[in-house]
Design a protein around this ligand. Structure first.
Ligand code: NDP
Length: 482
């Protein structure tokens, strides 16, 4: 079968990169090249920014109902092609197809629908100064938004950015991760049918340091929304801070899952397995440090091991696979190196710890067992650095103070999970854990209206709900004296 040659989408048309060069796109479940990605550079970004700037006046002035209708149509088209998108996402990323079918692609549909309708309900404030003046706030679209997203939830996170940017009247130049470009390419194929005017959404493929950097450093892109690693962002933030751009940063995590002995045991075990190993542990919200109150430690650990045994690792397209392939060879090697590091740091592998060879067409794919490690200190590297794979550590604790110290000890602060039936403790701990998101007796229960994002090294700003719509607008106060 001829391999697909992905194209950039600029000004409503598909085009080859100016360089004419392409990169290999590898299927992580087979290790084989299965398509080619444009190796774009600043020249492609320049074309995209020009197209977006030209489209901005009419898109930003368009009645919001009309913009909304176009975005809703786009969401309906993704829905109509859900199975095709789900398979494409699974092949590109390595995630089980049932997961992309039930989570990733439906969420991309919801992202467009949510922001298309949300933008209709935006209101602004007035501040009356009695008998003197009236202040009212205007919110206007900013211009060209640069949106850069990672590989772990490719279409899900890509649309989570571009939907609010577009709904609030901006034009977009977006770059999906070069590791997982396929569903963004497929999305571009629906834009014209949805009635999206030319130049409103432009998608450029290629490498982060080349294309990503060209977007973030472009003087005519005044607003940047980035999701990715904390290290990558250090470079980005250094570049854009002196340019005074608006920025929203969703970064890495090293999330604690805190299990108290009074938890609902069955529910806590089953959900902790999900929060540890869903999507091969490649979700920024996965709990990678499991802290268990000492009286429950052994029982909880054994139950986790029993559940982990049921997680079949294998072909992402096989409906029976609970875990698929790790996204890329470098990432697979990085995860395995962390398992080695954990052993050197004195950790004992209580489950997994090795790569998996499912054989057949997947013999050269990148598969790793769900892995649990105990016996590590809370402040060792394994417990401080983001691994972003199916690897969790188990650590006992005795008191709330102790586990708070452990939980808050990293430079990250994205999400935490707390398991207890003691309501007072749930409130007390929630207030003290340094995380932007706290899930009590649940995990990944999402209401798209809520603020989403992290503290400390996990990010700056919040996505979700009106926060995102506000982020993509410029706020202006008008004061009228009576
Ligand atoms: P990276 O930081 O490597 O990449 C993220 C995006 O940035 C990719 O599109 C990448 O392109 C691009 N990029 C890389 N270098 C630059 C640069 N110098 N300038 C501009 N853009 C650049 O992250 P990963 O893709 O590896 O994703 C995993 C990370 O994302 C983890 O740390 C995870 O925790 C975090 N994440 C955070 C989430 C949150 O909501 N807080 C959600 C999901 C993931 P390319 O791929 O081509 O290099």
């Amino acid at each position: 079968m001829e391999k697909i040659r992905i194209q950039n989408f600029i000004n409503g048309e598909f085009s080859a990169p100016v360089s004419g060069a392409y990169l290999d796109n590898i299927n992580p479940a087979t290790g084989e090249v299965y398509s080619f990605i444009p190796d774009s550079d600043e020249r492609d970004v320049e074309l995209a920014v020009s197209a977006a700037r030209a489209a901005f006046p009419s898109w930003s002035m368009m009645a919001k109902e009309k913009r909304s209708a176009i975005l809703i149509k786009l969401s309906e088209l993704i829905q109509a092609n859900l199975e095709e998108f789900a398979i494409a996402e699974s092949i590109d990323n390595g995630k089980p197809v049932w997961l992309s079918r039930t989570v990733d692609i439906p969420r991309a549909v919801s992202n467009f629908h949510f922001y298309a309708t949300g933008a209709l309900h935006v209101s602004t404030e007035t501040h009356a100064m009695e008998n003197t003046a009236l202040n009212y706030t205007l919110r206007t679209p900013i211009g060209v938004a640069g949106c850069i997203s990672p590989w772990n939830l490719p279409l899900y996170l890509f649309t989570w950015k571009i939907a609010p940017a577009l709904a609030s009247g901006n034009c977009v130049v977006a770059k999906p991760s070069e590791v997982t470009p396929m569903t963004a390419y497929k999305l571009a194929q629906l834009c014209n049918e949805a009635g999206m005017p030319k130049g409103v959404l432009n998608i450029i493929h290629g490498l982060g340091p080349k294309v990503g950097m060209a977007i973030v450093s472009h003087p005519k892109v005044p607003v940047i929304s980035f999701t990715g690693g904390t290290k990558t962002d250090e470079t980005i933030a250094r570049t854009i801070a002196p340019m005074f751009k608006k920025m929203s940063l969703e970064l890495g995590g090293k999330n604690p899952a805190i299990i108290f002995a009074d938890c609902d045991f069955e529910h806590a075990v089953k959900t902790t397995i999900k929060s540890s190993f869903s999507n091969q542990g490649e979700i920024c919200l996965c709990g990678s440090r499991v802290f268990i109150e000492r009286p429950l430690y052994e029982k909880f650990k054994l139950a986790l091991i029993e559940e982990a045994k049921k997680l079949k690792v294998g072909d992402p397209l096989d409906e029976k696979s609970k875990m698929g392939a790790i996204v890329s060879k470098p990432h697979y090697e990085k995860i395995l190196s962390y398992i080695e590091l954990a052993k050197q740091e004195g950790g004992k592998i209580v489950f997994g710890g090795k790569s998996v060879n499912p054989g057949g067409k997947n013999a050269n794919g990148y598969f790793i067992e769900p892995t649990m490690i105990e016996g590590l200190s809370y402040d060792c590297r394994t417990n401080q650095e983001e691994i972003f794979g199916p690897v969790v550590t188990l650590t006992p604790f005795d008191t709330e103070e102790e586990v708070l110290k452990y939980a808050n000890s990293t430079t990250y602060g994205l999400a935490a999970t707390l398991w207890t039936t003691n309501l007072s403790r749930a409130h007390r701990m929630s207030a003290l854990i340094e995380s932007g998101i706290i899930w009590v007796n649940c995990w990944l229960l999402r209401d798209l209206r809520t603020p989403f994002g992290g503290m400390k090294g996990s990010g700056v700003g919040r996505e979700g709900g009106f926060e995102a719509l506000n982020f993509f607008t410029e706020e202006k106060n008008v004061c009228i004296k009576f």
